[in-house]
Write a protein that binds this ligand. Structure first.
Ligand SMILES: NC(=O)c1ccc[n+]([C@@H]2O[C@H](COP(=O)([O-])OP(=O)(O)OC[C@H]3O[C@@H](n4cnc5c(N)ncnc54)[C@H](O)[C@@H]3O)[C@@H](O)[C@H]2O)c1
Length: 427
């Protein structure tokens, strides 16, 4: 989806009160008093707590009414943080009886709200999204949308169903909502650098968090606490984090996705079993039918002694120039460089502002299909680095590899060995 022209918070607040009631009653979307939209949060971690704040700020007539997390301590921490927040604390009406824990808590939150925020680790996204859409709820779903191809296929189905039911499905590929990036992409699409021939994307960063857990690594509890490091939960960092760059490449290329990918990767520093089974670096070349290539690098390593080169960037090359999609948000062509100096934006707020504006206007935003395809692009890269094979788009989309555990319950849970190219099979 190409984002719509910018709606400012001021425009939205002044029009929504007038147009909102009419649009909602026309669409028959809500029966709530005074068009109150009840929000539910599933996955009360860092991003979930942030998304709840963004949603509560984005619309004047919303309340957070229910929350679910697998762990009670995470839920309580998030709720306390939201209640303390001066700006939105008054809109938090979560009661002990609308706090849910465990693997099924999401169902009760979906029942209790009109708009649901899906912010668990990505493994659960297809399951939660399916349930929310079946229940007729509007959805904000964090990226990535899945960790394997069966998950992507499920999300594609849900996105289509959401479209049929006129439900919002807004995917948190948040860079698309940033004003500076929109202007750069618009200029690229208007021909500022000619035809795009190549994109080089980097997500080179340090190591991340680890959460203390006294259970062994091969238990559900350890893996749920440290979900990032288990492929079945996060999809590996090429999917969980680098997916932003893949989505931005798809945006620049007007929705074109690669036909094939190959690459290399491994884990050199993340060797202790406490780090589960994901890699710490991947390099992938994506090939396109048009001849374009995307060169994609991601690394999560830190050093106490060496100043490593870290960079999150999207360098775009065209027949007449080049562009930077991350700061300085610039375009160079014909010996001149232009850089964005327009209005600043807070992309996490902006995506919610536009989500609620669309919903209130009876024009729900749905970028679920493109979100699913961008997720698949990242998974395709992981398949390439794990197996050492060249993976086509069709192979990735039709892959039978299902990373789900046999059941969702506490206790022992063996996990797959670290992938070895040339040994690990494509499934
Ligand atoms: N758009 C962005 O820039 C951005 C930034 C950060 C995170 N994210 C995404 O947000 C998601 C969450 O990341 P985070 O950083 O908030 O992680 P987090 O660990 O802080 O939060 C995830 C929470 O979900 C809970 N959870 C796990 N499984 C659950 C289940 N089945 N039901 C209910 N709760 C469950 C966990 O206990 C945890 O509290 C990820 O998909 C991540 O990629 C996006």
């Amino acid at each position: 989806m190409n984002p719509k022209p910018t709606t400012t918070r001021r425009d939205f607040l002044t029009t929504s009160a007038v147009a909102g009631g009419l649009a909602l009653s026309q669409a028959g979307l809500f029966a709530g008093e005074n068009n109150l939209l009840k929000i539910g949060l599933i996955g009360c971690g860092g991003r979930g707590t942030g998304a709840a704040k963004n949603a509560l700020k984005a619309d004047s007539n919303v309340k957070l009414v229910a929350m679910a997390d697998i762990f009670e301590d995470r839920l309580k921490e998030s709720l306390a943080q939201l209640q303390r927040n001066r700006e939105i604390g008054g809109k938090v009406e979560v009661k002990p009886e609308t706090c849910f824990t465990g693997f099924d808590g999401y169902k009760k939150v979906i029942d209790a709200c009109d708009v649901v925020l899906l912010t668990t680790p990505p493994h659960f996204r297809p399951i939660h999204l399916k349930a929310a859409v079946e229940a007729g709820k509007h959805v904000f779903a964090e990226k990535p949308l899945a960790v394997d191809a069966p998950g992507v296929r499920s999300v594609i189905e849900s996105a289509k169903k959401a479209q049929e039911k006129k439900l919002t499905l807004l995917v948190g590929y948040c860079y698309r909502w940033d004003f500076a990036k929109r202007e750069v992409v618009k200029r690229i699409h208007d021909g500022a650098i000619g035809d795009v021939t190549a994109i080089h994307v980097n997500y080179l960063t340090g190591e991340l968090w680890h959460r203390e857990c006294d259970k062994p690594f091969d238990t559900m509890e350890y893996q749920m606490r440290n979900w990032y490091y288990f492929n079945w939960l996060s999809g590996d960092h090429i999917v969980e984090q680098h997916c932003h760059n893949h989505d931005k490449a798809a945006w620049v290329l007007k929705g074109e996705y690669p036909v094939a990918a190959y690459g290399t990767g491994g884990r050199q520093k993340r060797t202790d079993p406490m780090w589960g089974n994901i890699y710490d670096h991947h390099s992938v070349v994506y090939e396109y039918k048009s001849g374009v290539r995307v060169y994609s690098f991601c690394r999560q390593m830190s050093s106490k002694t060496v100043r490593m080169f870290n960079e999150t960037s999207d360098h775009i090359f065209g027949t007449k120039g080049s562009a930077e999609l991350m700061p300085p948000h610039s375009i160079t062509s014909g010996g001149k460089t232009w850089a964005y100096e327009g209005q600043e934006s807070e992309m996490y707020d902006q995506e919610h502002i536009e989500m609620f504006a669309g919903l209130r206007a009876g024009e729900p935003l749905n970028n679920g299909l493109e979100g699913a395809h961008s997720t698949l692009m990242s998974i395709m890269g992981r398949m390439a680095t794990y197996t050492g094979m060249k993976i086509t788009w069709q192979m990735a989309l039709n892959s039978k590899e299902d990373l789900s555990p046999p059941k969702y319950e506490w206790g022992p849970l063996p996990y797959a060995p670290v992938a070895v190219p040339g040994v690990t099979k494509f499934i």
